[in-house]
Design a protein around this ligand. Structure first.
Ligand SMILES: Nc1nc2c(ncn2[C@@H]2O[C@H](COP(=O)(O)OP(=O)(O)O)[C@@H](O)[C@H]2O)c(=O)[nH]1
Ligand SMILES: [Mg+2]
Length: 194
């Protein structure tokens, strides 16, 4: 995929500010620190577009990035940060659920799971939401560079069996492994050419 432009559009903290145009949206979901911002940046080949941080649980807005003036990448706030307050979690849940339930332009959700930890109960809950709303999704196992080749294939099988999906893409923001397969899925779901 040739990324000609990638621009931060807006940070939505209420559904009222979700974009209303019909460009396809691809959403990225996962627990805090799973490597979501790093994946977004490396996929787009732009350093520092999505903020990466080692302080998990900070992003509480849904961030929209417009790519090639053609489609959106949507960075959903990470979940499962233990120190987040109950109130924060409630607001988070409502915002994400409204987004998933109401965004008709949402063509693909990418569920990120940390290769070293495997799916957590919250990942399973996220998957149930996606299925509940009938939304197509794809599972990506992140930080592949931290595992040996043998561990990697074992992890992929394990993640696939726990989340009950046939395909899991192995990804590393460090080596950029998985970029091609992930773009292929995105391109096909969003009906993109080029
Ligand atoms: N080794 C390695 N570290 C990664 C990778 N992706 C993210 N990280 C690190 O994991 C931490 C969290 O990454 P970040 O992208 O901010 O996660 P987010 O909270 O899901 O957005 C940071 O310290 C990153 O440098 C990866 O593919 N390989
Ligand atoms: Mg992030």
């Amino acid at each position: 995929m040739r990324v000609k432009s990638a621009q931060f559009k807006l940070a939505a903290t209420t559904p009222a500010s979700f974009p209303t145009d019909s460009r396809p949206q691809i959403a990225f979901l996962g627990r805090s620190n799973v490597g979501k911002s790093s994946l977004l940046n490396s996929l787009l080949g732009v350093k520092g577009l999505a903020r990466t941080s080692s302080t998990p649980g900070r992003t509480q807005s849904i961030n929209f990035f417009l790519i090639n003036e053609q489609f959106y990448f949507v960075d959903l706030p990470g979940y499962g940060f233990a120190k987040t307050s109950k109130e924060n979690r409630r607001v988070w849940g409502q915002l994400i659920e409204r987004y998933l339930a109401e965004t008709t332009a949402l063509v693909l959700s990418i569920l990120l799971v940390d290769a070293r930890h495997g799916p957590t109960p919250l990942d399973l809950q996220m998957k149930s939401w996606l299925q509940h709303y009938g939304l197509p999704f794809m599972v990506v196992s992140t930080k592949a560079d931290k595992l040996s080749t043998g561990e990697r294939s074992r992890t992929l099988r394990q993640v696939g069996s726990i989340l009950e999906v046939d395909q899991v893409i192995s990804y590393s923001a460090v080596t950029r492994e998985g970029t091609g397969p992930l773009w292929d899925v995105i391109r096909s779901r969003a009906g993109l050419t080029g």
